[in-house]
Design a binder for this molecule. Structure first.
Ligand code: ATP
Ligand code: MG
Length: 399
């Protein structure tokens, strides 16, 4: 097949003993899915994956696809050479002029010689390749510790040459650790929470509670955009938008004002539990961090936990806001998260929220609200938006 070749390195998977095969198979499947738009063909050789991609595919998109796939620790555009010293040198001379190598900069050569029958050892081959570099860039210098550029040559079953290796996400391939439901609001925290679970191998769908017109159409737009930003880390994602205006109004009119947020959170847990079970998810993921707001005290979180029999995961629980923001910036969700459309209208937030609820008391108050029918209606009327592994929204035919 004609096209361009990418060499892909797998990460932590190599540590996974008996499960290794399963993880590798899933990663390969994930990459295949991710690269589908580029008509790629993936082969595997000992700890490396090679993706052959159509020549006309956009490099920036391929890079985005690989960078956002957990389980990949690094990748590079690679070139195959015949397995002989002369062929390798001539291939190096062919690719170096269009690489980042520049006169005046420093470089090193790294040779990985897996095939022990190859006539030169790695040191000798490195010297040959360094000569090739000097023949093209006489003013470059060698720096083994902190080179500006690296030319790598892997001599395995086949021979591959590459410069400019990119770092990958690391972590574990999604869909190796079960499925969860992410409570996705328009804030900074929840997209980061989803990303963190994705990196631990989870597959996620997301739920957003929308209280139109108290929360605007723009707030929903923003959440859809956030879903599309995290979708690549998850190999695609479905977003359930649950209309919850009636629930909010009911809580406001029938409940205790200072408990409004707690009652809303309890409703979210129960609704999410139903949607999770209908869709094969075994955990609920939230962006809560200890003590960040009134509803994130130990007592409040322990109350909301008691509203579901599913595992509740809070990957940000011990992080402070600055750390979360930093992560949000790296995954590219921050700028969208800070758009000024509130996810939860101030109308529904009490002035003096309870921070230390007594679980049994708040549970009784929640029962007295008799939310069952409202929750069933909300679940029934949820709208589904789907995002493909590149984060593009796709038309959903009634899931
Ligand atoms: P975030 O920045 O994620 O909005 P936050 O610090 O604003 O978090 P809260 O608004 O109390 O905190 O929400 C805590 C968590 O509850 C969120 O991280 C999210 O997981 C979930 N959540 C809150 N509001 C909604 C909503 N309207 N729809 C879905 N999930 C929500
Ligand atoms: Mg919020």
């Amino acid at each position: 097949m004609h096209g361009k070749l990418y060499l892909i390195k797998e990460g932590e998977i190599s540590l996974k003993g008996g499960n290794r095969n399963l993880f590798e198979k899933q990663l390969r499947h994930n990459i295949k899915n991710k690269l589908r738009p580029f008509h790629s063909d993936i082969t595997k050789q000992k700890g490396r994956l090679y993706a052959n991609i159509a020549e006309e595919a956009d490099d920036a998109l391929i890079e985005k696809a690989l960078k956002t796939t957990p389980g990949i620790t690094g990748f590079a555009r690679a070139h195959r050479a015949e397995k002989s010293v002369e062929a390798i040198i001539s291939k190096a001379k062919e690719i170096l002029p269009s690489s980042s190598f520049r006169n005046g900069d420093s470089f090193r050569v790294t040779v990985k010689r897996e095939d022990k029958t190859f006539p030169l050892d790695s040191h000798e081959m490195s010297c040959e390749l360094a000569e090739a570099v000097f023949s093209l860039f006489p003013d470059m210098t060698v720096d083994l510790k902190h080179p500006q550029h690296t030319l790598t040559c892997e001599i395995r079953q086949d021979v591959y040459l590459y410069t400019g290796e990119e770092k990958g996400e690391g972590g574990l391939p999604y869909a190796t650790a079960g499925k969860g439901m992410l409570l996705l609001s328009g804030g900074i925290d929840s997209p980061v929470a989803g990303y963190m679970m994705a990196k631990r191998g989870m597959k996620l769908d997301a739920i957003y509670f929308h209280a139109y017109p108290y929360t605007s159409e723009l707030a929903l737009e923003k959440v859809r955009q956030l879903a599309s930003i995290i979708a690549p880390y998850l190999g695609g994602l479905r977003l359930f938008v649950v209309p919850f205006t009636e629930g909010q109004l009911h809580i406001r009119d029938k409940g205790y004002e200072e408990e409004a947020t707690l009652m809303f959170r309890a409703s979210m847990m129960q609704t999410a539990t139903r949607i999770a079970k209908e869709n094969g998810a075994a955990a609920i993921v939230t962006g809560e961090a200890l003590s960040q707001v009134a509803s994130q005290t130990l007592d409040a979180m322990s109350f909301t936990d008691s509203m579901t029999d599913l595992l509740v995961l809070r990957p940000l629980v011990g992080m402070d806001k600055e750390e979360i923001i930093e992560k949000a910036r790296t995954i590219g969700s921050y700028e969208t998260s800070i758009l000024p459309y509130e996810d939860c209208c101030v109308v529904f937030s009490p002035k003096h929220p309870v921070t230390r609820p007594v679980k049994e008391v708040s549970r009784r108050h929640f029962e007295e609200l008799e939310m069952d029918d409202i929750i069933s209606e909300a679940v029934k009327n949820a709208e589904v938006y789907s995002f493909d592994p590149m984060g593009r929204e796709i038309k959903d035919e009634g899931n």
